[in-house]
Write a protein that binds this ligand. Structure first.
Ligand code: SF4
Length: 678
């Protein structure tokens, strides 16, 4: 922390002069003499307290008559006029009492700069110059200094606290006939320089005949300029001065404008209650009002210096000395996919390479960490020369997580990890930076199966063995898979019911049916007769191994774990399909599928054949169906009978031939002629 005290800080010329006058008065005071100040000599409570302790009384104008009346040779009275002066009427009162009583006197400590404004006011009053002058003052109307010097102007006078207030008065023509009058323009000695300059611009634009007196004290100017400069380059500004001090208040506002962390104190012990942060307040500036005693400034400086030294010592002490093997916590200050940098609160910077964070090379550090994250790590090596401590997060994680892994065996917990490596005899699963070996027999991959397929997969497993005092952990994926299958199986048997549909996979086939895996380690069997409505000789005519099919439960025995499944459904029943599409009298395009001596069988829809009796094949008598028909021939036939019970259909070609003949015979000759001709 660097502390800068402003060059122009503390008692100004006028205040020092007043304080010295009081000091002299106290030293030269006769026994019993009463030394008083008319109001506070200066605006600083620390100073005033000290004066009170030395017997100095602070009196008001109303106390003067009694003081003057009581002043005697044994108890003379001396009244000091403060640095910022008093109104002319008060001065006249003092003069009168002093002339009337030789044991009453007053000492004028009015600052010469203030006295000068008193003179300006009095010498520019209308009667003194023989002109219609008006006194315009920039300052605080209630400040004793302003009240003092405006009282010397015997004419119309106005006090403005800001340039805007002056402009407003001009706009509203508050000052009657200003353009015909002569403004006398002055300022309180401690008025804000910037506001004064703005006021001058406003005045000069409107009044060409103004008499301008720049009465701002040069001490004030310098202090304000220096405060502004310091505030622009410092992190913390401390303004020291009395709460009633006008020039201190202005210093405070100037500093605040440039430095948000500005504090206003009257004495050093107030620093204890201020929120001074040595980390962010590296550059501290100290300014002080014109009425601040030098020792108060020195005390503040000393307190701040001690604070800085203590902090430096604390900081030095707090900077950890790192040793190899320590476990430390740091905060991420930089992150790339190659490494992390950590602030360890130590003299060295912590660095963790990617390989010291995880064995999973697919992980991106920039996605895992962000600036400010707290990271616990193990110190591998410290190099004071390079200013770097090499760290390992993996080591800490591994130690910590290894305990969790050991505990997981006892609690039979299911863990989740990623298969990162295929090794001889099994695979390596990484879980929270700990490597767990899963033997091939525990991977769930069938014997002679390809374990490579597991690489990169996230798997669930259990710890089945801990070796070498916790250094080696053996896991099993198969155990978890088996337990999960068992749970699914239990759930299956608890919910199975006749008629319930399942989607399963044809697992194997025999000559009498197909076995279907219902997806939870439970198989059911579809008998050949349940596979198709048609008569089939082998299940392979309908399904193949690996087919995914929808089946339903025809019956089951939960104890013997047997399930009879159905595959064919009423919706796929050929008789139902036929019935929903055909009726007696309909004509169907049928295919001749077999021939018998008594007739021919023809397929109407898949799975439903009809008989065309030999007598229904032609209009004339035939010896055998093959005289007219041949296998595979598609012919139109009329459905002449349906036996629902026996599921038999009678067809007739002859019926159609007769209908055609009858229609032809019924046709008029001329319509039939072309046919005849042909
Ligand atoms: S600030 Fe200026 S005007 Fe006021 S007392 Fe000090 S020297 Fe005098």
């Amino acid at each position: 922390m660097k502390i800068t005290v402003a060059e122009h800080a503390g008692f100004c010329f006028g205040v020092r002069r007043a304080a010295q006058t009081l000091e002299n008065a106290l030293e030269q005071a006769r026994p019993g003499e009463c030394v008083c100040t008319l109001g506070h000599l200066i605006h600083n409570e620390v100073y005033n307290e000290r004066m009170r302790e030395r017997g100095v009384l602070t009196v008001t104008e109303s106390d003067l008559p009694s003081l003057a009346a009581q002043a005697t040779a044994e108890r003379p009275v001396s009244v000091l006029i403060r640095a910022h002066g008093i109104p002319i009427t008060t001065r006249r009162t003092l003069e009168r009492f002093a002339s009337e009583n030789p044991h009453f006197c007053y000492l004028d400590c009015t600052c010469p700069y203030v006295e000068k404004i008193h003179r300006i006011a009095s010498q520019n009053s209308p009667d003194a110059v023989g002109e219609d002058t008006v006194f315009l003052v920039m300052g605080s109307a209630d400040h004793p200094e302003v009240q003092g010097f405006v009282s010397c102007f015997e004419g119309e006078k106005y006090v403005f606290s800001t340039a805007e207030a002056l402009a407003e008065a001009f706009r509203k023509e508050t000052i009657v006939n200003l353009h015909k009058r002569t403004p006398v323009f002055a300022a309180q000695t401690t008025f804000h320089l910037y506001e004064w300059k703005k006021s001058l611009e406003i005045l000069k634009n409107l009044c060409t005949n103004a008499r301008i007196f720049d009465t701002i004290c040069s001490v004030t100017e310098k202090r304000q300029a220096e405060a502004a400069a310091l505030a622009q380059t410092h992190d913390l500004m401390i303004v020291i001065g009395g709460r009633e001090s006008s020039n201190t208040r202005k210093l405070y506002h100037i500093c605040r404008e440039f430095c948000p962390d500005t504090i206003w104190i009257e004495r050093a012990d107030e620093l204890k209650t201020q929120n001074i942060n040595p980390f962010s307040h590296r550059q501290v500036g100290i300014v002080a009002g014109a009425s601040t005693p030098a020792d108060v400034i020195e005390e503040v400086h000393k307190t701040m210096s001690e604070h800085a030294e203590n902090f430096a010592a604390m900081l030095e002490e707090s900077l950890k000395t790192l040793n190899t093997g320590d476990t430390v916590t740091g905060y991420v200050t930089a992150v790339t996919d190659a490494e992390l940098q950590l602030d360890l609160g130590a003299k060295v910077t912590g660095v963790i390479k990617a390989e010291q964070i995880t064995d999973d090379t697919s992980v991106k550090l920039t996605e895992m960490f962000k600036i400010g994250d707290a990271v616990e790590a193990f110190v591998i090596r410290v190099s004071d020369v390079d200013g770097v401590a090499e760290l390992s997060k993996k080591r800490v994680d591994s130690d910590k997580n290894r305990q969790k892994i050991i505990a997981a065996k006892d609690t039979d917990e299911i863990l989740t990890g990623k298969v990162i490596e295929i090794v001889k005899g099994g695979v390596i699963v990484l879980v929270d930076s700990v490597k767990v070996f899963v033997p091939a027999s525990q991977t769930g991959v069938p014997k002679n199966g390809n374990m490579d397929e597991l690489k990169g997969q996230t798997v669930k497993f259990k710890i089945i063995e801990i070796k070498d005092g916790g250094k080696k952990a053996i896991g099993s994926i198969r155990v978890v898979a088996r337990e999960e299958r068992k749970a699914r199986e239990t759930e299956f048997w608890a919910t199975i019911e006749e008629g319930k549909h399942y989607t399963g996979t044809v697992k194997s086939m025999t000559s009498y049916g197909a076995f279907v895996d219902l997806g939870c380690g439970v198989d059911g069997m579809v008998h050949m007769s349940e596979l198709s409505w048609k008569r089939i000789k082998n299940p392979a005519e309908v399904v193949s191994v690996g087919d995914e099919i929808t089946v339903f439960v025809k019956s089951f025995d939960a104890e013997k774990k047997r399930i009879s499944l159905g595959y064919k459904t009423e919706e796929s029943n050929p008789w139902n399909i036929f019935k929903s599409n055909f009726a007696i009298g309909d004509i169907a395009a049928v295919t001749i599928v077999s021939m018998m001596p008594f007739g021919a069988f023809a397929e109407i829809v898949d799975g439903v054949d009809g008989l065309i009796h030999i007598s229904q094949i032609a209009q004339t008598r035939i010896a055998k169906p093959a005289d007219v028909l041949e296998l595979g021939q598609v012919v139109d036939a009329k459905i002449i009978d349906i036996d629902d019970e026996k599921q038999k259909v009678s067809l007739s070609i002859r019926a159609l031939l007769e209908e055609a003949q009858a229609a032809a015979e019924a046709m008029p000759e001329e319509e039939a002629a072309p046919a005849d001709a042909e």
